[in-house]
Ligand binder design. Structure first.
Ligand code: SF4
Length: 116
């Protein structure tokens, strides 16, 4: 399997035309998953839960040795990418991170409004 960005037609289709093409970003060229062909990063249809958990753990092991893990993770959070393992996080884990960030940002804004 190629890097998720290269292999995901839906990800490319979701990318706004006015935005720079993420495939051109330098971090992408160093992805550890570029030559992986095991299909680890995206779920096949109707994948049983046990198989999904095993596949995701395997994908995360690839991510753990990836030199661009943080760039990939932030890209997936910023899009946000709704499917697949990106930057060592599953889609559900990314949703948790985004929820925590939104809460944190809201907490930061509240004192600013009180002070203002
Ligand atoms: S962090 Fe994982 S998904 Fe992202 S580029 Fe590296 S190996 Fe691929």
């Amino acid at each position: 399997m190629l890097h998720p960005i290269e292999s995901s037609a839906t990800a490319a289709a979701r990318r706004p035309a006015a935005q720079p093409d993420a495939d051109d970003s330098p971090w992408h060229t160093s992805a550890a998953c570029r030559s992986d062909e095991a299909g680890l990063f995206f779920a096949p249809s109707k994948e049983p839960t046990a198989a999904r958990l095993s596949r995701e753990e395997h994908a995360k092991r690839v991510c753990a040795r990836c030199p661009v893990l943080l760039d990939c993770r932030e890209h997936a959070l910023a899009q946000p990418e709704p499917y697949g393992v990106w930057g060592g996080l599953t889609a559900a884990e990314r949703r948790v991170v985004l929820t925590r960030r939104r809460r944190r940002d809201a907490e930061i804004r509240v004192p600013a409004r009180i002070a203002g």
